[in-house]
Design a protein around this ligand. Structure first.
Ligand code: PCA
Length: 322
C-alpha cells in the first residue's frame, strides 16, 4: 500500500515538473498604450511562445505594481523578477545613469545609439554589482518644451511651474528660472488638470499619452536629448532558469531592443502629427531659444563631468571616438 502510494506520488511529481511554469512580474511606469509598453508586451509574448509557455511574464503597466522610482530597487531585491526603468531617474545614485539626460550631448537617434554603446559596458557592470542584468534599452523620442504660452527665449520661462521627471529636468528648470516640481508620468495628467504644472520637457509620446493638448497648446521641438528606458532582470531569477529558457529570454530581449528603437523613431513623427490634430502648435524654436537652451546644456555637461569622475570621463571619451 505504502509502496503503491509512493509510486503514485512519483508519477505526480514527474507530471508536474514536465509542465513546470515559472511566473514573473514585470512592472513598468508607463500606460499600456505607450510604445515602450506595447514593445514589452510583444517581448513577453515572444518569450511565452519560444519557451512553450514555460516562462510567463506578466507586465504591470502604469506604475500599478511599483511607482517609477521604486522599480529598480524592486528588481534588485527580487520583489519583481524584471522591471522597466527610466535610467536618468537614477542619476543621483550614480551620475552615469544620467548620461543620456544631458541636453544636446546626443540629440538624434544615431547619436543616442552611439552614446548607448559608449555607456553600455560601465552600465552593465554597475548593474551587475547590484545583482541586476541589463537586458535591453529603448530611447524615448527627442525632448522638447510643452508650455501654456508662446515663448521666444528661455527668459519667457521665468517663474513658470515646471514639471521635472528627473534630476536633470529639475536642473534645467532651475537654470531657466522656472519653478521645478517632480511629477512622474503616471500623475502628470492630474498635475496639469489641477494647475500644478504649466510647462515641462518631454517627448511627443508623453505629450500624447497624457493628453497634454487638453491643457497646454504649445510644443517647442528643441530635440534636446533622448533618454532611455532600460529593461532589467534580477540575476538570481535569471540564473534559476534552465539554459533554453535563458537563451529564449536573451534572444527576445535583443529583438525587443531593435524593434523598440525603430518604433521610437517611427512613432515620434506620428505623435507630433497627433498632437497637431488635437489642437497643439508644434513650433520650431527661435534662434534665441535654441541658444539659451544650448547654454543650459553647456552648464549641465560641465556640472555632470565634475560629478561623474573617471566613470563619466570614460563614457565621454568612448562616445567621442564613435
Ligand atoms: N517621457 C517620460 C520620460 C521621457 C519621455 O519622453 C516622461 O515624461 O516622464
Amino acid at each position: 500500500m505504502i509502496h503503491k502510494f509512493g509510486l503514485a506520488m512519483a508519477a505526480l511529481t514527474v507530471g508536474a515538473s514536465a509542465f513546470a511554469q515559472t511566473k514573473w512580474d514585470l512592472p513598468t511606469a508607463y500606460p499600456p498604450t505607450n510604445f515602450h509598453t506595447e514593445n514589452i508586451g510583444q517581448f513577453a509574448a515572444d518569450v511565452d511562445k519560444a519557451t512553450g509557455g514555460k516562462l510567463k511574464i506578466t507586465v504591470h503597466s502604469n506604475a500599478s505594481l511599483f511607482k517609477a522610482p521604486e522599480i529598480k530597487r524592486a528588481v534588485q531585491g527580487g520583489q519583481a523578477q524584471m522591471g522597466e526603468i527610466l535610467l536618468v531617474n537614477f542619476q543621483n545614485e550614480w551620475q552615469v545613469f544620467g548620461t543620456d539626460g544631458i541636453p544636446f550631448l546626443a540629440d538624434s537617434y544615431d547619436a543616442a545609439w552611439k552614446l548607448y554603446q559608449a555607456q553600455k559596458p560601465v552600465l552593465s557592470k554597475k548593474l551587475a554589482e547590484q545583482g541586476i542584468m541589463l537586458l535591453y534599452t529603448v530611447a524615448w523620442p527627442p525632448q522638447g518644451i510643452f508650455v501654456n504660452k508662446t515663448i521666444a527665449s528661455a527668459a519667457d520661462l521665468k517663474g513658470i511651474k515646471w514639471r521635472a521627471y528627473s534630476p536633470a529636468t529639475a536642473r534645467i528648470g532651475e537654470l531657466v528660472g522656472a519653478q521645478p516640481v517632480t511629477v512622474q508620468q503616471a500623475e502628470l495628467s492630474q498635475a496639469m488638470a489641477t494647475g500644478v504644472i504649466e510647462s515641462y520637457m518631454s517627448s511627443g509620446s508623453t505629450g500624447y499619452d497624457t493628453k497634454t493638448y487638453e491643457y497646454i497648446k504649445n510644443f517647442y521641438d528643441t530635440q534636446a536629448w533622448l533618454p532611455k528606458n532600460a529593461v532589467l532582470v534580477n540575476k538570481k531569477a535569471f540564473d534559476a532558469l534552465d539554459k533554453p529558457t535563458q537563451d529564449a529570454l536573451l534572444k527576445a530581449g535583443d529583438e525587443a531592443e531593435k524593434r523598440g528603437w525603430e518604433l521610437s523613431k517611427k512613432k515620434n513623427l506620428e505623435y507630433l502629427e497627433l498632437l497637431k490634430k488635437n489642437g497643439m502648435t508644434i513650433h520650431v524654436p527661435s534662434a534665441q531659444l535654441k541658444a539659451d537652451m544650448k547654454k543650459v546644456g553647456d552648464t549641465m555637461i560641465k556640472e555632470w563631468t565634475e560629478k561623474a569622475g573617471p566613470d563619466g570621463q570614460a563614457v565621454l571619451d568612448a562616445y567621442k571616438k564613435m
